[in-house]
Design a binder for this molecule. Sequence first.
Ligand code: ADP
Ligand code: ADP
Length: 226
Amino acid sequence: MIIEARKLSRSYGNTPALREADLAVEAGEILAVMGPSGSGKSTLLHCLAGIFTPDSGEVWFGGRRLDTMSDARRTKLRRTAFGFVFQFGQLVPELTVADNVALPLLLGRVRRREAYARAAGWLERLGLAELGGRRTGQLSGGQAQRVAIARALVLGPRVLFADEPTGALDSLTGEHVMELLVGLAREEGTTVIVVTHDARVAAFADREVIVRDGQVTDPFADQAVR
Ligand code: ADP
Ligand code: ADP
């Protein structure tokens, strides 16, 4: 297992968002996390990614305990081992497409020439080669999400966390974006955990779990009993 959550609980004031949630994710797996609005999906994702600390329970990443790690170590791990794609608002609109994708490399002290060469390679793979010089504020929603995927993958993360990555897109564009995301993740061996409301997005996953009232359930577990 690359990621494991054990009895995770997290409340906001008196509102419980997670109630002893358990989840185990295998390396290389594409996992869809579904469930009604307010069921705890975002909170779960944020805890797994080390962005939120749970009130109780454990989060493990690659055999290391994430939730009790020092902030400095956890932040470093998040920058190097995890990639993130959200619904929107993650690109710097004043910068070009190429700048946005090169940014994580430049922040990681990769030399300029090398960073832009690697960014260009990713843009090519995402069908964005012609848009490198464009400001991201001028892109369509689908183009912007493809840039966000390139930026999330450019450092070669072990796990890609995606929270409603197609939520702002029409369904055809959303399916195309998911197809690209999943295709690249498989080529790279990246584990993907994607929160989505959309069954058509979940259809790209290897496995699907449902969050209900702060607990994770496997929709196919019942069928094994019957
Ligand atoms: P989902 O992603 O499934 O919509 P969330 O994890 O966002 O669920 O929310 C789970 C529960 O926690 C909901 O009842 C939500 O209203 C509550 N919640 C989430 N974030 C906050 C917050 N920052 N402050 C207060 N309540 C929150
Ligand atoms: P999603 O359903 O995709 O999780 P939401 O609209 O529920 O999105 O939440 C968007 C943001 O608002 C999240 O950062 C979440 O933590 C916060 N949030 C959700 N519910 C509440 C709440 N009841 N009070 C304060 N913040 C909340």
